[in-house]
Design a protein around this ligand. Structure first.
Ligand code: ZN
Ligand code: MN
Length: 486
C-alpha cells in the first residue's frame, strides 16, 4: 500500500510598495503606462560612482506591513548586496537584506472560504507563520520577442517587500487563501496597491511531500514566477501531482532541492536548475548605505496608527449583522468600505448603509461598467443620503438619483434640481391631496373601518400617484391617520 502523503507548502512573496519614488533614487515609482526607460536615472541604472539613498517612505511602509503581519521588528538591520548577473539587473547586484532583515517571526490568521472546507462557520480558521520580511529593489523587465530581448528599466529600483512564510500551508486552497489575506493586509496598511494585473504581487511557492505524521521536511521543489492567484493554484496542483507520481516511482521524496518554472500557457512546470545556495550570491553588507537603527518611538508610533486589519474589520461587519459576503466585499475594496463607513456614520443603520452602498451603488457601477474609483465619492453619497434624511427626496427617488450620479458624475443636488424631484413636504398641499383621495376611494375607507388596515395602502397609493411620487410618504401617512382617526 502506498503511504499517505501530505503536501508541505511555503510561499515567498514579492510585493511592490506604492511609494512616490524608487527605493534608492528620486525616480518616479509609477511607471504604469509610461514609455520604456523614461523613469530612470544613473542610480537605478547602476552606473559606477553613484550612491544609493534609502527612501524613508518605503522604510515606513515596510515597517507598517511588518507590524500588521505581527512580526518582530529588528530595529538594527542593514542592506546587503546580492550578486548575480542578469540583463534586467544593471548593477550586477541587487540591494537586499540577508542576515539582518527588517522584521521576522510574524503570523497571519486567515480563513478558508467555506466552499473549500465543506461549509460551516468558524471551522475555516487557519494560521501561517511569517519567517521574515525584508526590503529590496526590483529588477527591470525583459520582453523576449522574435529572437530578441528588449530591456525596460522603468521598474528597476522599485521598492519591494519580500515576505517569506514558514512551510505552514498544506494545500493549494490554503496557499491561495493565505495569499489573498496577505494582499488585503498590505492594501489595508497602504504599503502596496498589490494590483495583480500590474504584476505588483508575485509568488514563488515551495512544495515538498512527506508521509503523514512525519515531522521532518524533505527536499522541495521551488516554483518560480507565479503572477496570479490562479497561477499559484494551478502550479501547486500540477507540482503536487507530479511529486506524488515521482514518489511512487522513486519510493520516496526528491533527492535534493530543485527550482522549476511555471509555464502558464502549457499548464506545467519545467526544471530550471538545482537551487543556488546563499553562498552563490556572495552576499556582503552594502558598503554605501549605513546600517539602519530604527528608533523605538517610531515603531510605537507607527503601531499606534495602524488601521483596522481585514480580520478585525470583517468581524466588525459581521457583528453589525452584515452577511459574510457583504463583509468580504467591504474588506476587499477599501473604496467601498469608505463609502459604507460614511453612510453608516450618517444613518447609524448598517443594513441600510449596506443596501445603499453594496446593493445600489455597486449594482449601478457594475451595470454601467464603471469602477468605484471613477464613481461618486463618499461625500457625494453622503450628500445624497442627507437629501433622503431631510425629506427632500424619497428613498425610491434616491435610487434613480444615485444611478444618474454613477452615469453622469453630477452631484445629487444638481440631479434633483434638474429633474424637479423634490418631495412635496408642504403639509397644506398634501392635506388637500389626502382629502381628495378619501373622497375618491370610499370603498377603501369602508374596508378600513371594518378592520382592514391594509386598505389604507390604496389611499396612500392614490396620493403618491397624483403627486407623481413626490409627496413625502411619511407626511401623507401622518395626515391620513389624523383624518380617518377623527
Ligand atoms: Zn533612478
Ligand atoms: Mn527577492
Amino acid at each position: 500500500m502506498s503511504p499517505q502523503l501530505e503536501a508541505i507548502i511555503g510561499l515567498e512573496v514579492h510585493a511592490q510598495m506604492n511609494t512616490k519614488t524608487k527605493l534608492f533614487c528620486g525616480c518616479d515609482n509609477d511607471a504604469f503606462g509610461k514609455a520604456p526607460n523614461t523613469t530612470v536615472c544613473p542610480i537605478c541604472m547602476g552606473h559606477p560612482g553613484t550612491l544609493p539613498v534609502p527612501n524613508r517612505e518605503a522604510i515606513m511602509k515596510a515597517i507598517k506591513a511588518s507590524l500588521a503581519l505581527k512580526c518582530t521588528l529588528n530595529r538594527k538591520n542593514h542592506f546587503d548586496r546580492k550578486h548575480y548577473f542578469y540583463p534586467d539587473l544593471p548593477a550586477g547586484f541587487q540591494i537586499s537584506q540577508y542576515d539582518f532583515p527588517l522584521a521576522s517571526k510574524g503570523l497571519v490568521e486567515y480563513e478558508l472560504p467555506s466552499t473549500a472546507h465543506g461549509g460551516g462557520a468558524g471551522d475555516g480558521g487557519r494560521r501561517c507563520h511569517i519567517t521574515r520580511l525584508h526590503m529590496e529593489n526590483d529588477a527591470g523587465k525583459l520582453t523576449h520577442r522574435a529572437g530578441k530581448t528588449l530591456c525596460d528599466y522603468n521598474r528597476a529600483g522599485t521598492p519591494l517587500m519580500e515576505i517569506v512564510t514558514e512551510p505552514d500551508l498544506r494545500s493549494k486552497e490554503e496557499a491561495v487563501a493565505f495569499a489573498q489575506e496577505l494582499r488585503r493586509i498590505l492594501i489595508a496598511v497602504d504599503a502596496s496597491e498589490a494590483d495583480m494585473f500590474k504584476g505588483m504581487m508575485r509568488f514563488d511557492a515551495s512544495i515538498s511531500l512527506r508521509e503523514k505524521g512525519d515531522t521532518k521536511l524533505n527536499p522541495r521543489s521551488e516554483i518560480k514566477n507565479l503572477n496570479s492567484f490562479k497561477a499559484l493554484e494551478r502550479a501547486l496542483e500540477y507540482e503536487e501531482k507530479r511529486l506524488r507520481k515521482q514518489w511512487e516511482e522513486d519510493k520516496g521524496p526528491l533527492k535534493g532541492n530543485i527550482t522549476v518554472g511555471w509555464m502558464d500557457d502549457e499548464g506545467k512546470t519545467r526544471l530550471l536548475r538545482e537551487k543556488e545556495t546563499a553562498d552563490d550570491y556572495r552576499y556582503f553588507p552594502e558598503p554605501d548605505i549605513p546600517p539602519l537603527d530604527l528608533p523605538k518611538e517610531l515603531i510605537v508610533e507607527l503601531e499606534k496608527d495602524l488601521p483596522m486589519l481585514p480580520q478585525e474589520l470583517k468581524k466588525k461587519y459581521l457583528d453589525l449583522k452584515l452577511t459574510p459576503a457583504e463583509a468580504l466585499l467591504l474588506v476587499d475594496q477599501p473604496a467601498l468600505c469608505e463609502a459604507f463607513e460614511a453612510v453608516y456614520a450618517k444613518t447609524k443603520d448598517a443594513k441600510r448603509a449596506s443596501s445603499i452602498v453594496l446593493t445600489q451603488l455597486l449594482g449601478f457601477l457594475n451595470a454601467h461598467g464603471k469602477q468605484i474609483a471613477g464613481g461618486p465619492d463618499r461625500k457625494a453619497i453622503v450628500d445624497l443620503v442627507s437629501f433622503i434624511e431631510d425629506g427632500t427626496i424619497s428613498g425610491n427617488a434616491a435610487k434613480e438619483v444615485l444611478e444618474e450620479m454613477v452615469v453622469t458624475g453630477k452631484t445629487a443636488a444638481a440631479i434633483i434640481k434638474e429633474k424637479g424631484m423634490q418631495q412635496i413636504s408642504d403639509t397644506g398641499a398634501i392635506e388637500t391631496l389626502v382629502e381628495q383621495a378619501i373622497a375618491k376611494n370610499p370603498e377603501a375607507i369602508e374596508s378600513y373601518k371594518k378592520g382592514k388596515a391594509a386598505a389604507l395602502g390604496a389611499i396612500v397609493g392614490w396620493v403618491m400617484k397624483e403627486s407623481k411620487g413626490q409627496a413625502n410618504p411619511k407626511i401623507v401617512n401622518e395626515i391620513l391617520q389624523k383624518k380617518i382617526g377623527m
